[in-house]
Write a protein of this length. Structure first.
Length: 199
């Protein structure tokens, strides 16, 4: 399977600005290389935070700390949804129960989790889209808007289409199969919860 390492992605960003490629992104590097690397990683976080099939883990369990009664979550977790208890949310590294106004729980909690992945763990389509988006953003910020910027935008758009196609194929999303559709359309009922929940 094709992959795009961080060095190649950084060189893609530099090339978009008409700059020479570099042989490493480790240790002491040039200012342009550091700018490109920072933009790549920032863009990666932004894109991944939107939530994709490849960043999502179903039925993920967070353990209870028996001493404190609290439940913490990893720094790489961007979202945690407890479908049967939508009032449970993330706050400052711990789960918080808005219904009880408490950080204390009596048991472990399972839900749908989304994570930020390291660059090498991302699928190629995501790597390519992130690199294209970072190249366009860097060009706009440090060079400006011209024909090259438009070309970069079109390449980014094509990369996004490829990523969306992958998401459709692997995620098998369908609004017709979404148990939350009635809830999203205004119903107060949440699947798995009481028919008439009291908050």
């Amino acid at each position: 399977m094709s992959t795009l390492n961080e060095l190649a992605a950084v060189n893609q960003i530099l090339a978009a600005q008409g700059l020479a490629p570099v042989s490493t992104i480790e240790g002491s590097t040039s200012k342009n290389t550091q700018i490109a690397l920072n933009m790549l990683r920032e863009t990666s976080r932004q894109v991944q935070s939107r939530g994709w099939d490849f960043t999502t883990v179903q039925e993920y369990t967070l353990a209870l700390d028996s001493e404190s009664g609290e439940i913490t979550y990893p720094d790489t977790m961007t979202r945690f949804t407890v479908h049967t208890h939508p009032w449970i949310e993330q706050r400052g590294g711990r789960l918080f129960d808005r219904k009880k106004q408490s950080y204390t729980f009596t048991s472990a909690v399972s839900g749908t989790a989304q994570f930020l992945h390291a660059w090498d763990d991302l699928p190629f389509e995501a790597q390519n889209y992130i690199a294209q988006k970072a190249a366009r953003k860097t060009y706009e910020q440090y060079v400006g808007a011209d024909e090259t910027r438009q070309s970069l935008y079109l390449e980014e758009k094509e990369a996004r289409l490829a990523l969306d196609q992958r998401e459709a194929e692997t995620g098998m999303h369908s609004a017709l199969n979404d148990p939350y559709l009635p809830h999203l359309r205004g119903s107060s009922y949440v699947p798995g919860g009481p028919k008439y929940p009291r908050y």
